[in-house]
Design a protein around this ligand. Sequence first.
Ligand code: 0O2
Length: 247
Amino acid sequence: MRQLAQLRDEFTRFMMSYEFGVAEMLTKINILREEFTHIHRYSPIEHVSSRVKSAESILRKVQRKDVPFTLDGIREGIQDIAGIRITCSFISDTYRLAEMIGGQSDVTVLETKDYIARPKPNGYQSLHLIVEVPVFLTDRVQPVRIELQIRTIAMDFWASLEHKIYYKYDRNIPERLLDELTEAATAATMLDQKMERLHTEVEQWKGTTGGTTDRFDIPVPAELVELLARHRPIIDGKNGDGRIGGQ
Ligand code: 0O2
């Protein structure tokens, strides 16, 4: 009975360390998001979500992957007990973010899978990083692994729909739907590339106009300023004498 209570306690601490790891990483992401927004005046991160796998889901994966049934075995054999998904505005932001996170001195990147440069055959695109962060507990420092999935809005839209279809058809997606998903993946890539090009153009334009998108800073041609000044009363809906136009 005492052994069982000890086991339960150890497992609770095991799961808690993942919760702490996620909290730590979310703080890092939030700091990057806020500082980046302050410097560049736009947020590279659209959305962040996180989860820690349930005990049942971990056990299913332990059986499926034939992982040793010990806490150390599970820690070593299952990389995605803690997961964070970051949705970015542009492809370049996904890499930039991965670099900023991976470059931090207390973050160790254990593995990188670049499904953006090399999409999966079904069209899946995402940048996956397995990182390890130290969690400072009362009696020890526990390194915790977290799977980061970084992708654009278009890639995320595709992945969540594909995920639903995958489970709806119990992993056997009909050929017709597979073809349509591949087509949709190509469309998502084209959209991402177009948005990236537009974004680069806007960034260059911001660079030449003092780095602000404030609408009052858009350079207005002198002739237009003069024209607006001449027609000011009409635009304001007033005649030159201050009466409402037409009355
Ligand atoms: P779930 O239900 O999302 O958690 P692993 O089995 O994780 O140890 P694997 O499969 O080589 O090793 O890892 P990979 O390729 O990095 O994929 C990990 C996760 O990426 C998956 O977790 C999915 O969340 C996502 N993913 C990978 N491929 C696809 C895909 O084709 N479509 C979609 N929608 N998501 C994908 P899980 O545990 O497989 O699933």
